[in-house]
Design a protein around this ligand. Structure first.
Ligand SMILES: Cc1ncc(C[n+]2csc(CCOP(=O)(O)OP(=O)(O)O)c2C)c(N)n1
Ligand SMILES: [Mg+2]
Length: 323
């Protein structure tokens, strides 16, 4: 399938934007002004971008602790993201959530969770709500390979298949759960093989190829919107940084020598950029302009967040669940 040049350039722009924002967060993280753990998605940008490019604003997503990319790709406001990291009232979760608890229901982002696998049953339930309300929406759930170790995934898949729900399960397999390699936790190389064959669309794609992710999720979205039920897409990718924090905070010794360097050569952005340049769909000058535009947005967002007021102490009891 041939995509319009505009769409291809947009995919590149979105991935570059997420990368530059991650790097900017990382470079300021040791100042210790952001009072939140951060889980960077450097190297995994193609998954968020390839999937969300097929979604409408009114579609739902549920995200994870490593969720900056999902939030931005779904159209989340950058100022509100950075303000959230700085614990400001203007943050997308009013400064109470931090990096792992981003949410903005106005763009269909129904939250990210520090509970691994936490978004899976929620997003499945949202699929049930869509079906019962006869809405033309889809519910996308992003989760990691660590969440695929949990029973809740298989219960939710069963329920989604049984009820033919418009749910799309996006497994972002970056091959590690903290320091534990996927091969030490899963019986086979392919987690998607564990899905009930023939009962839902299952696919494994190169999660570092934005077009592969885009094409697979395009099909999944079309199936979900036409009442054909759930899909499961395993996106193989790699976490370039440590589990949490910035590069210097990575724990040494749990990854084989050379593995990070090898995956750096498979960077989803560099590969796609090269493809567009080779096919004369973009020029280097245009890419430079994109970078500058993003840098400006980043400067603006950090300046905004740093000077924005924190929540007032007397408002602390607000937004808590009470019976
Ligand atoms: C239910 C639960 N179990 C364990 C943890 C501790 N924990 C936090 S992040 C993480 C790794 C999750 O790995 P994965 O789902 O692959 O996501 P990734 O960090 O690779 O993006 C674990 C085990 C948790 N937060 N919640
Ligand atoms: Mg993982």
């Amino acid at each position: 399938m041939k995509l319009p040049e505009k769409t291809l350039r947009q995919l590149l722009f979105e991935m570059m934007r997420i990368r530059q924002i991650q790097l900017a967060i990382e470079s300021r993280y040791l100042e210790n002004e952001m009072k939140t753990p951060v889980h960077l998605c450097i190297g995994q940008e193609a998954v968020a971008v390839g999937v969300c490019a097929n979604l409408k604003k009114y579609d739902y997503i549920n995200s994870t602790h490593r969720g900056h990319g999902h939030y931005l790709a779904k159209g989340g406001d950058l100022r509100a993201l950075i303000a959230e990291l700085y614990g400001r009232e203007a943050g997308c979760s009013k400064g109470r959530g931090g990096s792992m608890h981003l949410a903005d229901t106005t763009i269909g982002h129904y939250g990210s969770s520090s509970i691994v696998g936490g978004g899976i049953p929620i997003g499945t339930g949202m699929g049930l709500a869509i079906k019962m309300q006869k809405k033309n929406k889809v519910s996308v759930i992003f989760f990691g390979d660590g969440a695929a170790d949990e029973g809740v995934l298989y219960e939710s898949i069963n329920f989604a298949v049984l009820k033919k729900l418009p749910v799309i399960f996006i497994l972002e397999n970056n091959q590690y759960s903290v320091c534990s390699k996927v091969s030490a936790r899963q019986a086979g190389d392919n987690i998607f093989h564990a899905m009930p064959a023939g009962l839902l669309m299952t696919k494994k794609v190169n999660g570092n190829n934005v077009l592969d992710v885009y094409n697979a999720s395009l099909k999944a979205v079309a199936r979900a919107r036409t009442g054909h039920g759930p899909s499961f897409i395993e996106c193989l990718t790699y976490r370039i940084r440590g589990h949490a924090g910035c590069e210097v905070q990575d724990v040494p010794g749990y990854r084989p020598v050379g593995e990070i360097e090898r995956w750096k050569t498979l960077c989803p952005i560099a590969a796609f950029r090269k493809k567009l340049l080779t096919n004369k769909m973009i020029t280097l000058n245009e890419i430079k302009k994109m970078e500058k535009k993003i840098d400006k947005q980043i400067e603006d967002a950090f300046a905004f967040a740093r000077t924005a007021p924190p929540p007032k102490p007397e408002t602390l009891p607000l937004y808590l669940f009470r019976e």
